[in-house]
Design a protein around this ligand. Sequence first.
Ligand code: ADP
Ligand code: MG
Length: 256
Amino acid sequence: QPDVPATLHLNTLTVRFAGLTALDAVSLTVEPGSVHALIGPNGAGKSTCFNVLSGVYRATSGSVRFGAAELTGLPPHRIAALGIARTFQNLALPPHATVADSLLLGRHRLTRAGFLAAGLRLPSAAREARQHHDRVREIAEFVGLGDDLERPAGALPYGKQKLVELGRALCMEPRLLLLDEPVAGMTADERRQTAAVIAGVRDGLGISIVLVEHDMGVVMRLADAVTVLDFGRRIAGGTPAQVQSDPAVVQAYLGT
Ligand code: ADP
Ligand code: MG
């Protein structure tokens, strides 16, 4: 049921690596169509949380539910098929591919006709390819890359490359998007533009977003709810205003 809004529930999620508890019984809820920011100092467990949500790491204990679906223990492709897409902290774009081709990669999961039909040049495959190209163009325009479709993605300014990564995830038609530091390394202008795109993803497309981001200006402007992690534990949560004035948060960021 890909169009039904779904709530994401993390229930006492724990991830242990040899001798280290990267996530310690973390519970949180992401409401449909909201931006939920996950913040905390380096090593707090934010990327680990994304890796569990996307099926890259296995939880040691606890569970993850998305709508009616139990995600705990599912492999990455099954989680993607439920409509959960992610971007990575570091860019992973094929260096010579055009923006259009990079975005088309995101359509792979949605391709029905398959390579056989495409290879035989069946009309159904041609129709489907056209639909994918149309959607890629729409999404490129949505993220502000409408004029860059035929450029090599790797030759674009860094900020635009990050938008290609965001566009590729949107091309999967997700219900939930996991964004790992989407404005890291960007200029002030690029940050503003990207924040506006992310707000548009929530408000215009109704997609839920979990946002890991160090830029507190962006977090406080975009987030509907914030969870604060420190050494794998949830130390605070609430609205941006509540979290900003929480003494535990101030202490975690400034040290003792
Ligand atoms: P954050 O993204 O908040 O900076 P991470 O989730 O990357 O933090 O890391 C949390 C902790 O888990 C860190 O101490 C990190 O070294 C450790 N960690 C993360 N991934 C692994 C792994 N694959 N093996 C061992 N330790 C890991
Ligand atoms: Mg990280």
